[in-house]
Design a binder for this molecule. Sequence first.
Ligand code: LLP
Length: 419
Amino acid sequence: MDHFSYRNGVLHAEDVAIPAIAEAVATPCYIYSAATLTRHARVFRDALAVLPSTHIAFAVKSNPNLAVLKLLAGEGYGADVVSAGEMDRALAAGIPAAGIVFSGVGKTAGELLRGLQAGIGQFNIESEEEGVELAAMAAGLGLTARAALRVNPDVDAGTHAKISTGKAENKFGVAYDRAAGIYARLSALPGIEMRGLAVHIGSQLSSLDPLEAAFAKMGDLMRAIRAQGQVITHMDLGGGIGVPYKADEVFPSPAEYAAMVARVTQDWGVTLMFEPGRVIAGNSGVLVTQVVRVKEGVAAPFVIVDAAMNDLARPALYGAWHDFWAVTPGGDKMVANIVGPICESSDTFAMGREIDVMQAGDLAVFRTAGAYGATMANTYNSRALVPEVMVHGDQWAIVAHRIDPATILAAEQVPDWLK
Ligand code: LLP
């Protein structure tokens, strides 16, 4: 459920008419609904309340906006970060260091050090090599790093290949068969407190079955590690729950997810950790765009919008579907190709899509853009970095300003020899 709806024929974000924001901020811009974020955060948290001991770390990569993190901090969420930059954002939003999980397959020595100095709650280490490095660094500083070992369970998540992470050939985690040995070796080192295992098999999962299979394998591994004498008090089950991008899609609910987790983990005796991203942020945001012009095509007209693949990369990268709604639909429909202005054909949001009839100047939104939207934006074609707005009831505020091409140009310089 979200808080984007038509009132008197005009699409609103909560109680604010979207044209009012578009006029003030200009397009393209992202709009997040605080009520939707709050609702999703609570539904997920309340669903997990059937489990004895949990920690929820929002996957910052899905939406790292400071205001979004602040809102989630207020809902008791920790953070799952994958870079020092994300860690700084989580800390700036008031998320306690102890509630932060530092994940990532390529944490640099500098990032490990920053995490140690900040007192990060848990490092999810992705290799024996990283664990040895972290332990030595912590021991040298007289500190102890709390850590979990990320394991690759070799389970097919059944999602898009580019967002699958749990197959043996993927770069993430340590091989399942080697994990118990690595855990034992790392547990014996000074400077590191091995406290658990972590798993994340992919994103936008439409079925709970691969998650259940992965968690069951992790339970077996946990028992084997305990049997060989090491301690496990925490199990991080990652994120990955999908959301509907089309109105008629049905996805597992947080309650169904929690029931599955409860069933699989009932005798584990650990604190369960979760790293949801998309399920919290996805449907809480839209990307507002304006039609530049409608151009005749061969099979269907091209609706050229002022948003592009640099603002919302998912259709170009994964062939992802985002619903496209007119902000003030007239009732008639047309079949069109929706494209951006960037000079490559991958800058296509949809082909042959039935949409509301659109004309130059009309406003529209790409739905379900709150996760992996603005966070993946860039400035290709020397376009601006897209701004972000948050709505709260009848209030709204810019939560990330547009960064103009001129500002980006100002960061560049011509070397002396070219002057
Ligand atoms: N934990 C780890 C270790 C992850 O790698 C991810 C996502 C998450 C948690 C959060 O997953 P979620 O609950 O959001 O599915 N850019 C892609 C998605 C990449 C996901 C990367 N990892 C997209 O736009 O679909």
